[in-house]
Ligand binder design. Structure first.
Ligand SMILES: CC(C)(COP(=O)(O)OP(=O)(O)OC[C@H]1O[C@@H](n2cnc3c(N)ncnc32)[C@H](O)[C@@H]1OP(=O)(O)O)[C@@H](O)C(=O)NCCC(=O)NCCS
Length: 245
């Protein structure tokens, strides 16, 4: 059962499979061609099998060996943050979606019979277009988003066109939801709510009992949606990078 921030972080990390992962004690060093911070950072939880400062050197070596920038994902206010700050690392202010992320827990949505949604076992071209901006994803994008079964790919459709999309991955009894997106001109019409219901219904059928999400604290629209759906913040994490090259 997920009952604390560290366990929930590991469950969320399981939902973002990197192409390469190496354990450093309890830490997880991850690389996937730079696609997503979650699959291209070191999850710094637990004991890294030695001093944190030495572990940070290993993070840099691993990142350089895999062609990505060194980055650490650390629980906000957790013990690693003090060492990061005193080791010359800083919160990653240039991270595209913002460096601070809220991890939410909430109930499973319920499928509505008449909602124009379905959950598929593999993504459609329209799903890819809406969630990553291309119908021809890279190997890294494909791996990170489809490499962890069981996964469900929810789509809302109108005629031949995809109007909304979402991904759900089951990790134990937790449904991890990501990549929720609705076409800009169709927002505030209930499509995201319907997609959350569809993916929740899919996951309930597989034994899920609750839902987890990771949302940038800057994404006020998504946070308002999730609050309305009954989600509450469990904890936050931050991305850190070395201050100087
Ligand atoms: C966030 C997003 C998925 C919401 O999709 P949507 O179809 O517009 O959401 P819904 O219509 O189901 O919204 C239901 C309720 O959530 C709240 N809500 C949704 N979007 C909101 C916004 N931008 N601002 C404030 N409240 C919002 C409202 O209470 C809304 O009900 P109302 O329209 O009757 O007031 C959509 O804005 C989007 O695709 N954003 C870009 C991608 C993104 O940020 N995804 C989330 C990643 S975690």
């Amino acid at each position: 059962m997920v009952n604390d921030a560290e366990m929930l972080e590991h469950a969320c990390a399981d939902a973002w499979p990197p192409q390469v992962e190496r354990a450093l004690g309890g830490w997880r060093l991850r690389a996937a061609g730079g696609f997503t911070g979650r699959a291209n950072s070191a999850l710094a939880i637990g004991d890294p099998d030695g001093p944190v400062r030495r572990a940070l050197e290993s993070v840099c070596e691993f990142a350089h060996a895999h062609g990505i920038e060194p980055m650490v994902q650390a629980i906000l206010g957790g013990p690693v943050e003090d060492v990061l700050a005193s080791s010359g690392w800083v919160p990653h202010d240039d991270h595209p979606a913002g460096n601070e992320v809220s991890v939410l827990l909430g109930p499973l949505g319920r499928a509505e019979e008449h909602a124009p949604t379905r959950v598929l076992g593999t993504p459609t071209p329209g799903w890819w277009e809406l969630t990553v901006g291309t119908t021809e994803p890279t190997d890294a994008q494909r791996h990170v988003l489809t490499g962890r079964p069981p996964a469900g790919f929810g789509v809302a459709e109108d005629g031949g066109s995809t109007t909304g999309a979402v991904r759900g991955v089951l990790v134990g009894d937790v449904l991890h939801v990501a990549r929720l997106a609705v076409r800009p001109e169709l927002r505030r019409g209930g499509l995201a709510t319907a997609l959350m219901g569809a993916i929740g219904g899919w996951a309930a059928g597989l034994g899920a009992t609750r839902c987890a999400l990771q949302v940038s604290v800057r994404n006020s629209g998504a946070l308002a949606l999730y609050e309305r759906l009954g989600f509450r913040e469990h904890h936050r994490y931050r991305y850190w990078v070395p201050a100087a090259p």
